[in-house]
Design a protein around this ligand. Structure first.
Ligand SMILES: [Zn+2]
Length: 412
């Protein structure tokens, strides 16, 4: 959730001007490079208003003139693009075995992506907040040293988040009632920019909507493939949050296949029940089921090498591994077929660690979706996310820039 901070001026300008600035910024983002006349013609705002708004947006470092001109009858026009040079948004992500920070600017450029190995599930909330704050301070030092101002920070967590940026329950982390936004703000000693928290799934699908190969798809789903499996849902071009902000908890849908044949030794889901999707398709469950030697070694703190071993075995044609991946794909497909019946998405993207296993998961998932949906044959595409394992952090950085994108002017 993003809260609007007092460091943004609004009161003296009026809501209409704020809304019109957002219209101009959005137009330039989608159609740059474009001239003031193009903006006026395509948005319906009059030329004088556009000229005044553009002047203000240039002054505040949100737009810039490229110096390019467009030859047309009459006089040449100066072209406008988004200006990424002055401000950045920061996004952080609590992954299965790492913390990630991304800094991105208004023009969509990613300025830094840093990872730090960290097992949040065993560390607990206090240590996680300290680690997030340390990573944030390093990133802030780097971007401010490069002459940029931080407009905001948004953290993605593997679980639902309430309107105050608190995490009521993240079973995958063993967290209950953690006021993460408030704790992080305190740890950063009131950093001078807004600190927000959202579910990693919501942030990841927002990143897909803006930056991924399916950007702009109005009905889009991103499934996180970490310790938890969450669904970020975009329907009709809008993020679906639900009444309390808890929509998208696909990881705790019961998967019938898991009920019928629970693999030996499969632990109950973190939520306390059995047969949830997350208990069979979460990265920890997949690694333990397919690599039995891992199960006896205690908690896994780095999944990347284990995922690499699974890939190597699958490539070499190892039958139990291939069968296990196909079974996981079927269970994933079962859960997605429910989403398809409910929301009718065009594209479902599988992210996180599961993206690396997509070549072996997705054929079975597609077959299950084809068999499991009602009505006309499903046309939904299910693909691996191309944004990599920092999708939620990128979405967090993008979300942190939302305040200016809605027309507020930064003071910095
Ligand atoms: Zn569960």
């Amino acid at each position: 959730m993003i809260s609007i901070d007092r460091s943004f001026q609004t009161a003296d300008l009026g809501d209409v001007r704020v809304a019109n600035r957002a219209v101009v910024l959005r137009h330039v983002r989608l159609h740059a490079p474009c001239s003031r006349a193009d903006v006026a013609a395509r948005t319906g705002l009059n030329k004088a208003t556009v000229s005044s708004l553009v002047g203000e947006l240039i002054e505040h470092g949100l737009l810039r003139e490229t110096g390019l001109t467009e030859n047309r009858i009459g006089r040449p026009a100066t072209m406008l693009v988004l200006d990424g040079s002055r401000h950045v948004g920061l996004g952080l992500q609590i992954g299965a075995d790492e913390l990630v920070v991304v800094a991105a600017d208004l023009a969509g450029e990613r300025l830094l992506t840093w990872r730090r190995a960290f097992a949040a599930a065993t560390a607990g909330p206090d240590e996680t907040v300290r680690a997030l704050a340390a990573l944030t301070r390093r990133a802030v030092t780097r971007v401010t040293g490069a002459g940029r101002a931080v407009l905001g920070l948004t953290v993605g967590v593997p679980g639902p988040v309430d309107a105050d940026g608190a995490v009521p329950a993240a079973p995958a982390l063993g967290w209950h009632g953690v006021p993460l936004a408030a704790d992080l703000r305190r740890a950063l000693r009131d950093p001078g920019f807004p600190v927000g928290v959202d579910s990693d799934a919501n942030l990841a699908v927002s990143a897909e909507l803006r930056h991924g190969p399916y950007a702009g798809t109005a009905d889009l789903v991103h499934l996180t493939g970490g310790l938890a499996v969450g669904a970020g849902l975009v329907s009709g071009g809008r993020l679906l949050r639900g009444g309390r902000g808890f929509a998208g908890g696909i990881g705790h849908l019961p998967v019938p296949a898991a009920h019928a044949t629970p693999p030996p030794g499969t632990p109950a889901c973190h939520c306390g029940r059995r047969g949830c999707l997350a208990a069979v398709a979460g990265v920890d469950a997949v690694v333990r089921r397919l690599l039995p030697d891992v199960a006896s070694d205690g908690p896994v703190t780095d999944y990347l090498p284990e995922i690499g071993r699974i890939q190597a075995l699958a490539r070499a044609g190892d039958v139990p591994v291939r069968d296990g991946l196909a079974e996981t794909g079927r269970q994933l497909g079962h859960a997605v077929s429910i989403l398809v019946d409910l929301l009718d998405p065009e594209v479902v993207l599988v992210g996180g660690h599961l993206a690396a296993l997509a070549p072996w998961l997705l054929p079975a998932a597609r077959a299950e979706i084809a068999a499991g949906t009602s009505g006309p044959p499903a046309t939904v595409r299910i693909e691996a996310s191309a944004l990599g394992s920092a999708a939620s952090a990128l979405g967090g950085a993008t979300a942190a820039l939302a305040t200016v994108e809605t027309g507020q002017l930064p003071l910095a």
